[in-house]
Write a protein that binds this ligand. Structure first.
Ligand code: AHG
Length: 281
């Protein structure tokens, strides 16, 4: 799997270069969820596909920007599911964005996730890698190479609160719960990019990130294979929890199709317990 992690490091530099130097306009296409694609979405997807074509252990790739599964090496061992440029609509206002990778072995379900990684393209490039046997590790690009910085851990209780979706469409008990966190001193931190938002909560010691079921998106917005399950591994291995709106662990999700979504909550243990009580689950 090390070859996959090293490839992700190379990909990170190439996508960072594209973000900084290439055209920000829209392409002519749509992704499989019917969303308009920026040229950068398409370019980032191609950068990743090209890179994994050189890695024989990667059997298949599944991209947020592609329909279905693409086989790269019939003898490969792993399927890499990825969101090449999450939050790409924030590039034109110069906010941080990210790439997310889930590395699966066998059927595409959370129990078969063996590792995950995400890259934050911000003032610096940072990378977090999670496996099932140790705390996630933070790397930072220094002088054109990724240097290992530290392991990351969540505190039992944090101070930050980030909830996605349009408030008008939140369910009443979600609004009551989020209001109660603010009333007890939590601070709002929400950029609209799940990678920098979850990264901030992780590195600042804890809190809660929610993308709930809403009246317009009853199954949430975030995709299980590329977004929800990879981050669930990071949060769980950092000592936090990751659940859906029924209180089920996100590490037990079984997507019905590659672009399936799920309501999701990632946080420190204290906030997730409080959420379960508020949701009655
Ligand atoms: P996109 O890649 O289409 O910009 O979507 C970003 C995702 C995710 O990164 C973020 O947490 C969420 O959408 C934000 O959605 P809301 O604006 O509905 O809160």
């Amino acid at each position: 799997m090390n070859e996959i992690f090293e490839t992700i490091k190379k990909i990170a530099f190439d996508i960072d270069d594209a973000i900084k130097n290439h055209d920000l306009g829209y392409s002519d296409g749509e992704n499989s969820s019917g969303e308009s694609q920026l040229k950068l979405d398409v370019e980032s997807d191609l950068i990743i596909e090209r890179a994994f074509r050189e890695v024989s252990s990667v059997k298949n790739i599944v991209s947020e920007e592609k329909e279905g599964v693409l086989e790269l090496h019939s003898d490969g061992e792993f399927t890499v599911c990825y969101d090449p440029l999450d939050g790409s609509s924030l590039v034109d206002v110069n906010l941080s964005v990210g790439s997310i990778f889930g590395i699966y072995k066998g059927e595409l379900k959370a129990q078969n996730l063996v590792a995950s990684a995400y890259v934050v393209y911000g003032p610096r490039i940072e990378l977090v890698i999670a496996t099932r046997d140790s705390k996630p590790t933070l790397y930072r690009s220094i002088g054109g190479v990724f240097k290992k910085i530290s392991e990351v851990s969540l505190n039992e209780k944090g101070k930050l609160n980030a909830s996605g979706g349009t408030q008008q469409n939140w369910l009443p008990y979600h609004k009551t719960f989020i209001d109660s966190l603010f009333a007890s001193g939590y601070r709002l931190r929400y950029s609209g990019g799940m990678v920098p938002d979850l990264h901030q909560i992780l590195l600042k010691g804890g809190g809660l990130f929610s993308y709930p079921a809403t009246s317009d998106k009853p199954n949430g917005k975030l995709r299980q294979l590329f977004e929800v399950i990879p981050f669930a591994l990071v949060y769980v291995m950092a000592g936090g929890e990751a659940i859906d709106d029924k209180g089920r662990g996100l590490m037990d999700l079984v997507p019905s199709f590659p672009h399936d979504t799920s309501p999701c909550f990632f946080g420190s243990k204290y906030e997730i317990e409080a959420l379960k009580k508020a949701y009655g689950v």
